[in-house]
Design a protein. Structure first.
Length: 188
């Protein structure tokens, strides 16, 4: 037995609605299982401007082609996956870009408009993927440079501390120098 609703047909035994035209539902429609739309889902605007779908939309997958504009905060509770060379772009003038360049394997954080790229934090560490230290900067404290995960150059309250051998093309000492061990001088 079939019941006609506008251009739609409800088939009781399989509970499918087969629509050959336009069906209009007035009021609230409740679907206890998945709702499949074979074409475009149009949601008429209630405000005369943007499309309104509701306060809380839950979906497994949402595929949007074109530009999407969000007003207010957007919260993601999982990863945001971008393809190679796709960029996160920030600022009115696209001032900052973060992306992975597939042609050379580099990941790039780039300031694009000639301003400064400022990284702020109580402490700033640069490390390898295996947690090998490159640089450590501590607020109100030392800045340390590393070679093969070993501290080689530290700033101190009195100046700098260099660990290991030091080579320089030119050394200009403007005050007193203190040597605590042997000093070797070349021919000149």
């Amino acid at each position: 037995m079939a019941i006609k609703i506008s251009n739609s047909t409800i088939v009781d035994d399989s509970r499918n609605i087969v629509d050959a035209g336009i069906s209009t539902f007035v009021g609230v429609g409740t679907f206890q299982n998945d709702l499949y739309v074979g074409g475009t889902l149009h949601a008429p605007s209630l405000t005369g401007g943007a499309t309104f779908i509701g306060d809380d939309v839950t979906t497994r997958n949402l595929s949007v082609s074109g530009v999407s504009t969000f007003q207010g905060n957007v919260t993601f509770q999982g990863n945001v996956d971008l393809g190679d060379n796709d960029k996160l772009i920030f600022g009115d003038d696209d001032d900052l870009e973060i992306f992975h360049n597939s042609s050379n394997g580099n990941t790039i954080i780039q300031e694009t408009t000639g301003g400064n790229l400022v990284v702020r934090g109580s402490n700033l560490y640069l490390e390898s993927a295996d947690y090998e230290n490159f640089f450590r900067g501590v607020a109100n404290g030392a800045v340390t440079l590393y070679y093969d995960n070993v501290a080689k150059f530290d700033t101190t309250a009195d100046g700098i501390d260099v660990t290991g051998h030091t080579e320089t093309d030119t050394l200009n000492v403007s005050s007193t120098s203190t040597f605590q061990s042997h000093v070797s001088l070349g021919d000149d």
